[in-house]
Design a protein around this ligand. Structure first.
Ligand SMILES: C[S@@+](CC[C@H](N)C(=O)[O-])C[C@H]1O[C@@H](n2cnc3c(N)ncnc32)[C@H](O)[C@@H]1O
Length: 217
C-alpha cells in the first residue's frame, strides 16, 4: 500500500500549526484549487453577496470570493496559523475593509443571525466536532434562502486501507451522500442538491470521488 503522505504533515490538516502546518497550507492553497473551482461552478454568486468560508485554511478561497462579489468576504478558522496565513494573503482587501479573517470555531461563531448569503466549507467538515449542531449554527448565520456549499474530495470507500489510515490518524469523519442528506435535513436545510466528480486525490493522485452538496436555509 502506498503511504498516504507524510503522517506528521498530514496531521496538520485538522488544525495547521508550526512549520509543517505552514507547509501543508502551501500545499492546500495549490492543490485544492480544482475542487474549489468545480464546486463553486454549481451556483451563482451575485455582486452583493456576503460570503463566509469556514475552515478557510490559507485563505485562497477567500481571495477567490473577493473577486466574485463587491460585498464583504469573511474567513473563519480555529487555527491561529491558518488565520495568520489567510490574513497575509488577503492583507490588501482587509485594509480596504472588504475582508475579515476571524479565529474561531464553527460550533459557536461570532456572527449575528441571518447575516450571510453564502457559507462554504471546503475539505473541512471531516473535522467539525458536532456535525448536526454545527450545521444548525451555520444555518443560524445564513439569511433566509441563503446557500451552504460543502465540498469534499473524499467519500467513504469500503475496505480502503489508505482512507482508514486517514480517518484513524486525523480522527476524521468521512460522510456519504446519504449521511450528508440526512444531517442537512435534520439541521433544517432544504433544496439539497448533490454533484459528483470522479477525479483524483489532490495529494496522492489516487482515484477519488469528489462530492459537492449545495443546500438552502
Ligand atoms: C484540510 S484544511 C482545508 C482548508 C481550506 N478550506 C482548503 O480547502 O484549502 C481544514 C481546515 O479546517 C479548519 N477547521 C477544522 N475544524 C474546524 C472547526 N471546528 N472550526 C473552524 N475551523 C476548523 C482547520 O484548521 C483547517 O484549516
Amino acid at each position: 500500500m502506498r503511504k498516504y503522505m507524510d503522517n506528521e504533515l498530514l496531521l496538520n490538516a485538522r488544525k495547521p500549526e508550526g512549520e509543517l502546518g505552514s507547509k501543508l497550507i502551501d500545499n492546500m492553497n495549490k492543490n485544492h484549487e480544482n475542487l474549489a473551482k468545480w464546486s463553486v461552478s454549481h451556483f451563482n454568486i451575485s455582486k452583493d453577496d456576503i460570503i463566509l468560508d469556514i475552515g478557510c485554511g490559507g485563505g485562497i478561497n477567500v481571495e477567490r470570493f473577493i473577486k466574485m462579489t463587491d460585498n464583504k468576504v469573511y474567513g473563519l478558522d480555529y487555527s491561529e496559523l491558518a488565520c495568520e496565513r489567510s490574513e497575509k494573503l488577503n492583507q490588501k482587501t482587509i485594509d480596504d475593509g472588504r475582508c475579515e479573517i476571524i479565529q474561531g470555531t464553527v460550533s459557536d461563531m461570532p456572527f449575528e443571525d441571518n447575516y450571510f448569503d453564502i457559507v462554504t466549507g471546503f475539505e473541512t467538515v471531516y473535522f467539525w466536532p458536532d456535525f448536526i449542531n454545527d450545521l444548525k449554527e451555520v444555518r443560524r448565520v445564513l439569511k433566509e434562502n441563503g446557500i451552504l456549499l460543502i465540498a469534499n474530495e473524499a467519500q467513504p470507500i469500503e475496505d480502503d486501507e489508505r482512507q482508514k489510515e486517514f480517518i484513524e490518524l486525523l480522527d476524521a469523519n468521512i460522510y456519504s451522500r446519504d449521511e450528508l442528506n440526512k444531517f442537512l435535513k435534520e439541521a433544517g436545510f432544504s433544496k439539497i442538491t448533490f454533484y459528483n466528480k470522479e477525479s483524483k486525490d489532490s495529494f496522492t493522485g489516487d482515484y477519488a470521488n469528489w462530492i459537492c452538496v449545495i443546500s438552502q436555509k
